[in-house]
Design a protein around this ligand. Structure first.
Ligand SMILES: [Cu+2]
Length: 323
């Protein structure tokens, strides 16, 4: 996949943190793994020593031997308890520490879960209605906390971008909140982490973290309506889109397509992937998707489309041109 070779593309991993929050979780995870490994090693060493000694002991049933065994067991249970209480205490402390985002002007984004894709809205407090609505790719500025206000349109989903943050559920009819922050620019893959139906596995997302200036530029572009098509092929493609039923489910800013069942396609041409990071956004993949989404994502809530080859070509030119 071309995307995997893009500069700064981070492999989805919780032990390769790229933000303070993920870093704290990673640190704790390493502490748990190290402690558990040491304990396991000690248990095995003691087990082998005990096996060897048992054969040599003169009288294993003697009161002295029994007392010694009781002491060993009591001590081990005591140490285990202490370790578990320390784990518990550290876990609570970490949970509290990462619950509240750093006190710096945060960016606020609404996240809405759908079967099986992600909707992102950037509210604009200065000009209400001047919102950005996009899908499956969450653009954020580097070094600034991003507060995500989450809900779901259908079933429970869970937002998880391992390199940036732990999981948080998206619950229908109930808002939840979490925050993320990226320390360095890059593309971080995320994944729905709560089984949500047939295509749960293909409900991924990309977080695109850019330096503040680049992010502001993206905002300016994303806020605008889609550029009107200029060449005749794209113009024909727009007609196919507007008359072919696509606009019942999809919105494109600046046209009268206002559907909200599927992802907003206003700037679709600038997305890296299609169908919740199922495939790279290439003309070939897009054509395959439009003709038969069920081949790529069986059960996806988009019907197949029987289009004449020239209709399809025009439609592809139009959609890929929506930068
Ligand atoms: Cu899911």
């Amino acid at each position: 996949m071309m995307l995997l070779q893009a500069p700064h593309y981070a492999q989805q991993s919780m032990i390769d943190p790229a933000g303070t929050k993920a870093g704290a979780i990673d640190g704790f995870w390493h502490f748990l793994i190290t402690t558990s490994t040491i304990v396991t090693a000690i248990v095995f060493i003691v087990l082998f020593i005990a096996l060897a000694r048992r054969r040599r002991a003169a009288d294993p049933e003697s009161p002295a031997e029994q007392r010694s065994l009781t002491n060993w067991v009591t001590a081990s249970v005591g140490v285990t308890l202490v370790i578990i209480v320390v784990f518990l205490f550290m876990d609570f402390r970490l949970g509290r520490a990462i619950a509240i985002p750093p006190q710096r002007t945060p960016l606020r984004v609404n996240v809405i879960g759908h079967q099986w894709w992600w909707e992102f809205q950037y509210p604009d407090s200065a000009v209400p209605g001047n919102w950005i609505t996009t899908a499956n790719e969450l653009h954020i500025p580097v070094g600034r906390p991003v507060i995500l206000r989450m809900s779901s349109q259908d079933v429970i989903h869970s937002f998880w971008v391992p390199n940036l943050s732990g999981k948080k559920d998206l619950i229908p009819g109930h808002n939840t909140e979490t925050w993320i922050e990226a320390d360095s620019a890059g593309i971080y893959r995320g994944q729905c982490a709560e089984f949500c139906g047939l295509q749960h596995a293909k409900m991924a997302l990309m977080v695109i973290a850019e330096p503040e200036r680049q992010f502001e530029q993206w905002v300016l572009g994303a806020r605008g309506a889609a550029l009107a098509p200029t060449d005749s092929t794209s113009k024909a493609g727009q007609q196919v889109f507007l008359t072919g039923g696509c606009s019942v489910c999809h919105a494109i800013g600046g046209t009268n397509a206002g559907g909200t069942v599927g992802p907003n396609l206003t700037h679709f041409g600038s997305r890296l992937t299609i169908a919740a990071a199922s495939l790279p956004n290439t003309k070939g993949n897009l054509g395959g998707w439009i003709v038969d989404p069920q081949r790529i994502k069986p059960g996806a809530l988009m019907p197949p489309n029987a289009l004449e080859p020239d209709q399809l070509n025009a439609l592809l030119a139009y959609l890929e041109g929506l930068k």
